[in-house]
Design a protein around this ligand. Structure first.
Ligand SMILES: Nc1ncnc2c1ncn2[C@@H]1O[C@H](COP(=O)(O)OP(=O)(O)OP(=O)(O)O)[C@@H](O)[C@H]1O
Length: 259
């Protein structure tokens, strides 16, 4: 039994004047503890697929099963890390990281202390919890957003371009931190990205999507040698560039086909 199963998903958006088939014949599975990426050209349906997996959007056809149950019936099991941190600017960092727990009615001395400890593990100590989001850098705020997400112990994490608004150095450091933290907690994650390098460095498998309609064009298994390294180390391994070339070549083929 796979942890997550996307079965024969097809999605068409209907507007008065237009029907757009965003996804067609999507079948994929993700195992528990696996880190996978969805990579593809703009408009290939990555966001649509992420919304369907997290049951924010009902597909026109097909089903999504999490631990063999329809995902729409599973509560509080999906956490998000998005491009924007969506921290409440008037609340302190502590209030922000405890918000999810409060909403889920899971806030108690133990979960509170776990969340504050996680903040420290993310290198955010020295009274950061009493500060407001505007007093923190973009990279620090994204770390807070991850603590807030992990505090409610989601089973599946959706990472929708979480590093794309950061400068390059911060992005590389955060890739390592997020990757290590998710490994430590044994979390399953799906990353949506435009960045081939990021997908290779962070993932166990990369699903390459083609556009109009979005289908899974090819699945790349990342070599074991890269998977056991941190994203930063993986980027410097000699195998990295050959996987990069292979994905790049497929993307070029896709672009030529859609011209
Ligand atoms: N609400 C909507 N109504 C109609 N069409 C939509 C809607 N949302 C997306 N689409 C169309 O569905 C297709 C897939 O869009 P989607 O946003 O899922 O792609 P994407 O791969 O996430 O794009 P990007 O990388 O640019 O964010 C596109 O052709 C888009 O125009």
């Amino acid at each position: 039994m796979s942890f997550l199963k996307v079965q024969d998903v097809h999605h068409t958006y209907f507007t008065k004047a237009l029907r757009t088939t965003a996804l067609s014949n999507i079948n994929l599975t993700v195992e528990e503890g696996e880190f996978v990426s969805l990579l593809g050209p703009s408009g290939c349906g990555k966001t649509t697929l992420l919304s369907i997996i997290s049951s924010l959007l009902k597909p026109t056809e097909g089903a999504v099963l999490l631990e063999n149950k329809p995902v729409a019936t599973t509560k509080n099991t999906i956490g998000y890390m998005l491009q924007q941190d969506y921290l409440f600017p008037w609340k302190t960092i502590e209030e922000n990281i405890l918000l999810g727990l409060k909403l889920a009615k899971q806030l108690n001395p133990k979960t509170r202390s776990n969340a504050l400890n996680l903040l420290k593990q993310m290198g955010l100590n020295g009274g950061v919890e009493k500060q407001l989001p505007k007093q923190l850098s973009g990279g620090m705020r994204q770390r807070v957003a991850l603590v807030r997400t992990l505090a409610t112990e989601p089973k599946l994490l959706m990472l929708d371009e979480p590093f794309s608004a950061l400068d390059y150095q911060t992005k590389l450091k955060l890739e390592d931190l997020v990757s290590q933290t998710l490994k430590d907690f044994g979390k399953t994650a799906i990353l949506v990205t435009h960045d081939i390098g990021e997908a290779i460095a962070m993932s166990d498998r990369v699903f390459l999507l083609s556009s109009r309609p979005g289908t899974i064009h090819k699945t790349f298994e990342i070599p074991e040698e890269l998977r056991k390294l941190s994203p930063f180390e993986a980027r410097n391994h000699f195998l990295y560039s050959s996987v990069f070339q292979a994905i790049w070549k497929e993307l070029e083929t896709l672009e030529r086909k859609s011209e």
